[in-house]
Ligand binder design. Structure first.
Ligand SMILES: N[C@@H](CCC(=O)N[C@@H](CS)C(=O)NCC(=O)O)C(=O)O
Length: 216
């Protein structure tokens, strides 16, 4: 029975898992969330309706970081998604958390806020999120001075970084001065697995509520 992934191509967290699957050419059934009945199936699996969700032989795996861990454990391929060395794995997981919590999370705040009715918007929270992005950018730029990928070879943390930085740059452009981070984002976009995820999401750019820029 192939893996089944409930996902939408435009979703940043779905892209994180799609990149991991594409890296190792892992076979899976793509349950596109715009297809009839897919939303109901997702809700039956995970009432919180967060996506993506992976189903492997009747087992439901939630949360992107653990989905990538599951892929490495049960469906490994030539690209190691989690380093074999436990200490290096801690570093990879640390960077994964940083990208999810402080880049992806801060990017999502202004996006989701713009979808709220005007009266319910949270301008203070949005300003905080934008400031957080700049702090995260500066920290990452310094780290990337001597790292080609986020933590060792390409893996989990880069799967998280690619969609996070892709969309974060649309929300709050990475300053020119942060050349290491800008170059890392470009390196990620040049990676075939990432380019594929970005291309598959292209038809949905009109969904971006802040207006997708004319680049990338
Ligand atoms: N921590 C979750 C986050 C997943 C998440 O927030 N996914 C977004 C799509 S990018 C979602 O489900 N949005 C639907 C919603 O917020 O109702 C993970 O890593 O899987």
């Amino acid at each position: 029975m192939p893996l089944r992934l409930y996902a939408h191509p435009f979703s940043s967290y779905c892209q994180k898992v799609l990149i991991a699957l594409y890296e190792n050419a892992t076979d899976f059934e793509y349950r596109h969330l715009e297809d009839a009945g897919a939303g109901e199936e997702l809700e039956a699996l995970w009432p919180l309706r967060r996506f993506p969700v992976l189903v492997d032989d009747g087992r439901t795996i939630l949360e992107t970081s653990t989905i990538v861990e599951h892929l490495e454990l049960h469906h490994p391929g030539p690209v190691r998604l989690i380093p074999a060395d436990p200490d290096a794995a801690v570093e990879a997981r640390m960077l994964d958390r940083i990208f999810d919590n402080y880049v992806m999370g801060s990017m999502q705040k202004p996006v989701l806020d713009s979808l709220r009715p005007e009266a319910d918007r949270d301008s203070y929270g949005v300003a905080e999120a934008r400031a957080m992005l700049h702090k995260a950018y500066a920290w990452l730029d310094a780290r990337l001075a001597d790292h080609e990928w986020a933590a060792g070879d390409f893996g989990l943390a880069d799967c998280a970084a690619a969609p996070a930085l892709f969309y974060a740059d649309w929300v709050e452009q990475i300053p020119d001065a942060l050349a290491n981070l800008r170059a890392y984002r470009a390196r990620l976009l040049a990676r075939p697995s990432v380019a594929r995820a970005v291309d598959e999401a292209r038809p949905y750019r009109g969904y971006f509520p802040l207006g997708a820029p004319e680049r990338d």
